[in-house]
Design a protein around this ligand. Structure first.
Ligand code: IVH
Length: 692
């Protein structure tokens, strides 16, 4: 007997797989999840338990296999279905104008339409679908041959293993090009975990994405939240992309992107159109402004001709197509000189070496400090004062020293960690490659770090409360713990360096706004050991309120997905340390969070059912009916197939009705549909009240 009472495990497994695929699509493609992460996890757990019991029912495309199969011995290589070319590019608008003028001259057109897509800074992947099933994923490699990374790419929830069946059926063979990338939030989480494990973090999200896709253990890939956007049709149905026949299916890139979306392949929502060169350049400027606000790294804009017939007449060089161009942003990698190496004490007490640099501009921001991570890292990279180094900045992440590129003939002495904390004077302690100040509660630098973290974007998001302000608040004894922030008034703040009446008022207002927040933000902001943004979300969903989390014992924490005994002990220890507990009590008086609904299991009476609507409906619109079916866990499809459970036929139903009859699919009218819903235990009140 399975969890839902059905006798046949194979049937239940099918239902669960379909539900999970449905929620993956809602989450990754439509950006409109219907259930909480917890409820989703419960579905995956149930499926995994059933498959464990019935290994003969495990199939390669089951979502459980996304958590990774056995590690591979080595990556194989294979030839691409179609060559994966590079892009012609420049950071200069004038170069782009030249390219664009040539396009129009060669085509003899006055104006052509362009597709505009952010240039994602990840790695390019070829996805090959065979009869709608993901058969293979291959890295770009040298453009002709790449590495087969199917097992790792299968772990990416945004990559459908099976294309959605739509009116525009996926061709028998479909090769799609897209970019695999690691969103900034995921990048921070991955690096946080690496640091916690005493390992060196990735220098940027692109390295993290490439390193994850091109390694041998799918389970590791599954643990990192990679994403993908599809952006190019390489080939379909066995036709060469450049062959005239390919034009029969799609006339424009816009149609290709529509088909991608319909098949369940995610397309970048930032995608836009331009009718001429000025339109493209205006969008490029606008995108550059928004670059830091995007949740992933981009390094420019890709401009592509929309019309596929015109593309074919322009052709390609061996290196790049003549119909596309990459407009690049200023780079975020630079070379500079290390003037001094100092140490900085963070909120957790970690003492980090920091390079003071000759100021350089990294993508428009002047940088004069960069992170050197830890004692061992400085030793391994052998970086000393006076050396010339490469510095890199990713998103709003602190710039880092990546490597030494040159050093003077007479080098200075190797860097040595100080023996005492530069902030509070406590004797420093080594911990693996790290060095820590053990004086958690009395060290001013640690308190400063805790305030900055509390006020950060992923915490209470208090604008204007950065490092410099926090340090003054601590040094002047105005803030002794986090709750003191809520007692600050304009008069006090106006006395701080760099503050005037207006800025003081703005900060008081921002702090007041921070009092109403969400539980995940509050949990993140508290700086509980091991709790990054992702874990904060998980804990919030599992416990619903801060009180419930504080009341949880270690056992209750241990059973939360992703929390082991070590982490449970760290979280429990933090929450119950008397001085922390006092701060939490105090915060309780100021900060208000909406309780979060703790969802254990979703109610999905239509799970496994596929319903198609056709003809003119009277009681509700087709969109309303489809949304209802989806909310209840069913699938609302656009066309009738063998898998259709039910066709709901309104007036003047045509070909779909005939097809359903031919296939022997159950057909109901609207009344019949409502009765059928009731029979599945659905309250149809909202649909029959007349307002629906
Ligand atoms: S189109 C032949 N679109 O940029 C044209 N490429 O320097 C196919 N890239 O290796 C590429 N975002 O990995 C295209 N929206 C986008 C892109 C994109 C990132 C990468 C791609 C390629 C590199 C070219």
């Amino acid at each position: 007997m399975t969890d839902d009472g059905t006798r046949d495990p194979a049937e239940r497994i099918e239902v669960l797989r379909r539900q999970i695929a449905h929620h993956d699509h809602r989450y990754h493609v439509l950006d409109a999840p219907e259930i909480a992460d917890d409820a989703y996890d419960a579905l995956v757990r149930e499926l995994r338990a059933l498959e464990d019991k019935h290994p003969e029912l495990v199939s390669e495309d089951s979502p459980t296999q996304r958590v990774g199969g056995a590690p591979l011995a080595a990556l194989e290589t294979t030839t691409h279905v179609a060559p994966m070319l590079s892009l012609d590019s420049s950071a200069a608008a004038a170069d782009f104008r030249q390219f664009e003028a040539r396009v129009r001259r060669v085509l003899g057109e006055d104006a052509v339409r362009y597709s505009l897509e952010p240039k994602l800074d990840g790695l390019s992947i070829e996805l090959v679908y065979d009869d709608g099933r993901l058969a293979r994923a291959v890295t770009r490699g040298d453009g002709v041959r790449g590495e087969v990374v199917t097992a790792n790419v299968r772990t990416i929830a945004a990559v459908p293993r099976q294309l959605v069946e739509t009116e525009c059926r996926a061709p028998r063979l479909l090769a799609v090009r897209g970019e695999v990338f690691l969103p900034l939030e995921g990048f921070d989480d991955v690096n946080e975990a690496l640091l916690a494990a005493g390992k060196t973090p990735f220098a940027n999200p692109r390295n993290a994405a490439a390193g994850t896709v091109r390694q041998l253990d799918p389970a590791l890939a599954a643990s990192r939240p990679l994403a993908l956007y599809a952006y190019d049709l390489l080939e379909h149905d066995g036709f060469e992309r450049d062959a005239e026949a390919a034009g029969a299916l799609f006339a424009s890139h816009g149609e290709v992107l529509d088909a991608f979306r319909a098949w369940g392949l995610p397309v970048n929502p930032e995608h836009a159109w331009a009718e001429d060169v000025d339109g493209a350049l205006a969008y490029f400027e606008a995108l550059a402004q928004r670059r830091d606000a995007l949740p992933y790294e981009i390094d420019g804009l890709v401009v592509k001709l929309d019309d596929l017939r015109l593309r074919r007449s322009l052709g390609a060089t061996a290196h790049h197509p003549r119909w596309a161009y990459a407009l690049k942003f200023p780079p975020r990698k630079e070379v500079s000189q290390v003037l001094r190496i100092v140490v900085s004490v963070g909120r957790t007490g970690a003492v980090t070496p920091v390079a003071l640099l000759r100021p350089v501009s990294l993508g428009g921001v002047t940088v004069s400090r960069a992170n050197l991570h830890n004692r061992e890292d400085v030793e391994r990279k052998d970086i000393r004062e006076g050396d010339t180094v490469r510095v890199e900045r990713a998103g709003d992440v602190i710039p880092q020293v990546v490597e030494r590129v040159d050093s003077p003939d007479a080098r200075s002495d190797p860097f040595r960690m100080p023996e005492r904390c530069p902030s509070c004077g406590a004797a420093l302690e080594p911990r693996g490659p790290y060095t820590v100040c053990p004086n958690a509660f009395e060290c001013p630098a640690q308190l400063t770090g805790r305030i900055v973290h509390f006020a950060s974007r992923r915490g209470l998001d208090i604008d204007g409360l950065g490092e410099r302000t926090a340090r003054q608040l601590v040094d002047r004894g105005l803030v002794r713990h986090l709750a003191d922030l809520f007692e600050l008034d304009e008069g006090t703040l106006a006395e701080l360096d760099g503050f005037a009446e207006v800025s003081a008022r703005k900060l008081v207002e921002a702090i007041a706004r921070g009092r109403r927040t969400e539980l995940p933000q509050l949990l993140y902001g508290l700086g509980i050991p091991e709790v990054g943004a992702a874990m904060a979300r998980t804990l919030a969903q599992r416990f619903g309120t801060l009180e419930a989390l504080r009341a949880a014992d270690r056992e209750a924490l241990e059973v939360v997905d992703g929390v082991g005994p070590v982490m449970a002990a760290a979280i429990h220890g933090f929450l119950h340390e008397p001085r922390n507990a006092a701060v939490l009590d105090a915060l309780d008086r100021y900060v208000e969070t909406e309780p979060i609904e703790v969802v254990e299991e979703a109610r999905q009476p239509l799970a496994g059912a596929t319903v198609v609507f056709t003809g003119a409906l009277q009681r509700f619109t087709r969109e309303e009916a489809q949304a209802l079916v989806q909310r209840l866990g069913g699938k609302a499809a656009g066309s009738v197939s063998k898998r259709t459970t039910l066709l709901v036929a309104g007036q003047d139903a045509g070909s779909k009705l005939r097809k359903a009859e031919a296939l022997g699919t159950e057909v109901l009218d609207e009344e019949g549909f409502l009765k059928w819903l009731e029979a599945q235990g659905v309250d149809t009140g909202p649909l029959t009240s007349g307002s629906a």
